[in-house]
Design a protein around this ligand. Structure first.
Ligand code: FMN
Length: 153
């Protein structure tokens, strides 16, 4: 299976999560392209079997660049393809389900009739610049292993 992992980042934390997901999926036998969101000029569903999309949570939602990227995901081409969504955010934010970038990404992709493989992954960072909290990369890798298992079904 071949997938695309797309992320936005200002301070590198969301990139680190995207890279950990990509690396783990590759270890599980998947072919994965990993892209900074602003580097994706054209997105063709023909090239990929699944999509993983992540954003830093900003003001309770996804970044503008990720919102723009979602406009490139054409529902008629991507319908029924599996997806997963993740975000990075600060610990107090976890109490607010509706303030998660990942939940909002997932809602848009479900509306476009893609198929959600797993509940979203919300990864904790300290303040605005990070770093990621201890254990978050390990938790991310465990999530990606589970995702690989779902994708192979
Ligand atoms: C302008 C701005 C708004 C933010 N708003 C939120 C927020 O609403 N909730 C939250 O948990 N974190 C918020 N944060 C913290 C970001 O989630 C954090 O900077 C980000 O996860 C770091 O990821 P990055 O290193 O990939 O940029 C905000 C950060 C910035 C810069």
């Amino acid at each position: 299976m071949k997938g695309i992992v797309v992320y936005d980042t200002s301070h590198g934390n969301t990139r680190a999560v995207a890279e950990a997901i990509s690396e783990t999926l590759r270890e599980s036998g998947m072919e994965v392209g990993t892209f900074y969101v602003k580097d994706v000029k054209k997105l063709s569903a023909k090239d990929y079997d699944f999509l993983v999309l992540g954003s830093p949570t900003k003001f309770g939602t996804m970044s503008l660049a990720v919102k723009g990227f979602l406009g490139k995901v054409k529902g008629d081409e991507w319908a029924n393809k599996p997806f997963a969504a993740f975000d990075t955010e600060n610990p107090p934010n976890m109490e607010k389900k509706e303030w998660s970038a990942a939940e909002k990404i997932a809602a848009v992709l479900r509306d476009k009739k893609l198929s959600q493989s797993l509940p979203v992954l919300r990864v904790l960072v300290l303040d605005w610049k990070g770093p990621l909290l201890e254990g978050e990369i390990e938790r991310t890798k465990a999530y990606a292993r589970e995702l690989a298992g779902q994708l192979k079904k």
